[in-house]
Design a protein around this ligand. Structure first.
Ligand SMILES: [Mg+2]
Ligand SMILES: [Zn+2]
Length: 165
């Protein structure tokens, strides 16, 4: 099985400055995210989300806030026929020194342990941050960047379609 490891915030749904996350309940989807995820799914990738959620242990949001937002996102995707294989998240403070906070590889390791059928060599990582890019580089898997374009950035999923060429 090949996996597409997906960042969440800024990749599938809009990201916000840390302090603005309190009270966010409804994901605002990034332009093209739904179509891009469907494209990956059609290409045979298992969709696995890996998301840093240090806001939990840093006290800005609660675990329930994280879970409710994620549940809502998963539901929205499911409505469009997009199925996430699994979700791994790191709730730890940035200074906790944990192994799961990207760019550290802990969440990928958890996924490989849970799904030994994943072939990392065929897998890819999709994200919007330097940490995502660094993680992909350390794993030696392709990185597809959800890029900003223009003066008032509108992110887009164009890079992902290079997979089909
Ligand atoms: Mg991100
Ligand atoms: Zn962690």
């Amino acid at each position: 099985m090949k996996a597409a490891f997906l960042d969440r915030d800024g990749t599938i749904n809009r990201d916000y400055p840390d302090v603005e996350w309190k009270g966010k309940t409804e994901p605002e989807l990034i332009d093209g995210a739904m179509e891009g995820l469907r494209f990956l799914q059609d290409q045979g990738y298992a969709l696995i989300m890996i998301t840093n959620q240090y806001l939990i242990d840093e006290g800005i949001i609660t675990y329930a806030d994280y879970q409710n937002f994620t549940d809502r996102l998963v539901w929205r995707l499911a409505q469009q026929g997009i199925h996430l294989q699994d979700i791994f998240f790191c709730p730890h403070r940035r200074d906790a020194g944990c192994r799961c906070c990207k760019p550290k590889p802990g969440m990928i390791e958890q996924a490989l342990e849970k799904y030994p059928e994943i072939d990392l060599k065929q897998s890819i990582l999709i994200g919007d941050s330097a940490g995502d890019r660094e993680l992909a580089r350390s794993l030696a898997i392709p990185f597809y960047e959800i890029a900003d374009e223009g003066r008032h950035p509108r992110k887009n999923w164009k890079a992902v379609y290079a997979l089909g060429r």
